[in-house]
Each structure stands twice: as C-alpha cells, then as structure tokens.
Design a binder for this molecule. Structure first.
Ligand code: PPS
Length: 287
C-alpha cells in the first residue's frame, strides 16, 4: 500500500484505489441491487449491519455468515481484497453493496437500474474526528498528523474521497432525481428503532415491532463491537493496522470536542457557513 492520494475526476482518492478507477467506474449493478453510500466514517458499517439484518428478518445466524465487508462488498476495494469482482458478479440478487463515492461518480449502472440507495450523513465535526483517528491505521491514506494540518486538508477536500461538503450536498440534491433514502447518523443514534423502521419501509420489508427491536439490539454499538462479524477484527492487515486501535472506536455524537480547540472551532464554523451556503441541508445536531 502507498500512503498517498491522487486526483481522479476532480476528487482526491487513495492512489491504490485510483489505479483501478476504470473497473470501479464500470461496475455493473443489476436490478434489485441495494447501495449503501456514505462519506467515510459516517456510519457505513452500522447501516450495513442494519440493512443485512432487515433483509434477513433479524436472523442473527444468517447475519453472522461472514464479516460485514464480505456480506456487503465495498466497490472501491474489489481489486485489493476478497470478495473480488468475479465473486461479486456471482452473488445472488438482491446484492447489498457499499461505496464512498460522491453522487456524480457512482457507477452509472446503479442509476440505469433504478437501484435503491441508502445514504448516511454524519455531522462534519464528528466525521473529521473519526476520520483523523482512522487515517492513523488505514495504510493507503497519508499519515494524518499533525491534527491542525489534517483539519485544514479536510476543509479543502484533500483527504480520501474528497470534499465532505460536496458529498453530503450532492446526495441531498439528488434525492428528487434518484431512489435515495437520506439518513442522519445522529438520528439513528437518538432514535434507532424509528430509523430502522424507515429503512425497512424503504426496502419494502414489513417487519413486526419485535423484529425491529431485535435489529436495534443486534446493531447497537456495544453489540457490534463484540461481534467479530461486524467489528472488522479480521480485516486484512495490509490495509488496516489495528495493532494499536480498533475499527469500532467510540460511536458517539460530539466526540469532536476532544480534538477541536476553541479557535479551530470558530475557523471551522466560518468556513462551514461559506461551503454550505445556499444549501437547505441541515444536520440534526453536532455543533
Ligand atoms: S468506514 O471505514 O468509512 O466504513 O467507517 P464507518 O463505518 O462509516 O464509520 C465508522 C464510525 O461509525 C461508528 N460506528 C457506530 N456508531 C454507533 N453505533 C454503531 N453500531 C456503530 N458502528 C460503527 C464507529 O465507531 C466509527 O465512529 P467513531 O466516532 O470513530 O467511533
């Protein structure tokens, strides 16, 4: 792995991903595929677990059939780990897939097949905080220290998968055009059962309250952290070095307060207002 980024179609992307860009861009989605798309560190894995549980009527054993990144493969990593593109092409429908690509770079075939897309957005401050910690252990991104510089890079979109601001606004605006359910991390945290119900309805699943409650339990932070099929403990070490810190970190809203100084918060806010100006997108909490 190389700890460096390169620019692809206007977006900063890990060099090791960018070199297979044509394969990623030309990924062939089919009718019925479900895509979970997010900016990194926004609750992707949490939503993956929720969607898999919904699709399997909360059957715990079925959802332990493999690690989450094998049950719900990550489009950008097919060339770097299992499952590869051939295995994914052989997966029975409906497939559930993961991506961090911004709306304009999602493989066209998803839109051609009118696939359902669940987008999870997390407030910017908690996202950059989580990303900063994660980029210490993710071996295809530049080392993030010092924090002050990382925060500047985030504001400029000079981190893996580019600008958070463009990402969250892009999917927000695309809702009228495509089959997108826009979910906030903070809402799932505050009212998990309500959000699980919403996702189930979007996926056309009519589940009992008992099943919804079971999904809430099996997708809680505490449960997932202990579940080897959800906590990334077996993820390839060449990509993720978890010798000092694990994937499941804190799972909280407001952890940014442990990193931002008062001055950084003010500068961030000023820049935020500028970058989000004119957008009707408002986050539930996080400031
Ligand atoms: S990735 O690598 O981009 O796919 O990461 P992603 O899964 O999007 O985000 C990881 C953060 O989500 C937290 N997480 C959870 N929070 C609450 N509840 C549950 N069940 C849950 N599962 C994962 C995880 O801890 C990361 O956030 P931080 O703030 O770093 O703890």
């Amino acid at each position: 792995m190389q700890r460096r980024l390169t620019v692809v179609e206007g977006m900063a992307l890990a060099y090791d991903i960018a070199k297979e860009w044509e394969q990623i861009k030309n990924f062939q989605a089919r009718d019925g595929d479900i895509l979970i798309d997010t900016y990194p560190k926004s609750g992707t894995t949490w939503m993956q677990e929720i969607v898999d549980l919904i699709m399997h009527d909360a059957d715990e054993q079925a959802c332990r059939r493999g690690p989450v990144y094998e049950r719900i493969p990550f489009i950008e990593l097919f060339h770097l780990m299992k499952p590869g593109i051939e295995e994914v092409n052989r997966m029975p429908s409906p497939r559930i897939l993961k991506s961090h690509l911004p709306v304009q770079l999602v493989p066209q075939s998803f839109w051609e097949h009118n696939c359902k897309v669940i987008y999870v957005a997390r407030n910017a401050r908690d996202t950059v905080t989580s990303f900063y910690h994660f980029d210490h252990i993710l071996l295809f991104h530049p080392h993030p220290d010092p924090w002050e510089k990382y925060l500047e890079r985030f504001m400029k979109g000079d981190v893996g998968w580019g600008s958070w601001y463009d990402h969250v606004k892009g999917f927000w605006e695309a809702q009228g055009k495509h089959n997108i359910l826009y979910v906030f991390f903070e809402d799932v945290k505050k009212a998990p059962l309500q959000e699980i119900r919403k996702v189930a309805k979007f996926l056309g699943k009519n589940l009992s309250e008992e099943t919804i409650e079971k999904i809430g339990r099996l997708s809680s932070f505490e449960y997932m952290k202990k579940n080897p099929m959800a906590n990334y403990s077996d993820f390839p070490k060449e990509i993720l070095d978890q010798s000092e810190a694990g994937f499941m970190r804190k799972g909280k809203v407001g952890d940014w307060k442990t990193l931002f100084t008062v001055q950084q918060n003010e500068l961030f806010e000023e820049d935020y207002q500028r970058q989000m100006a004119g957008s009707s997108l408002k986050f539930p909490v996080g400031k």
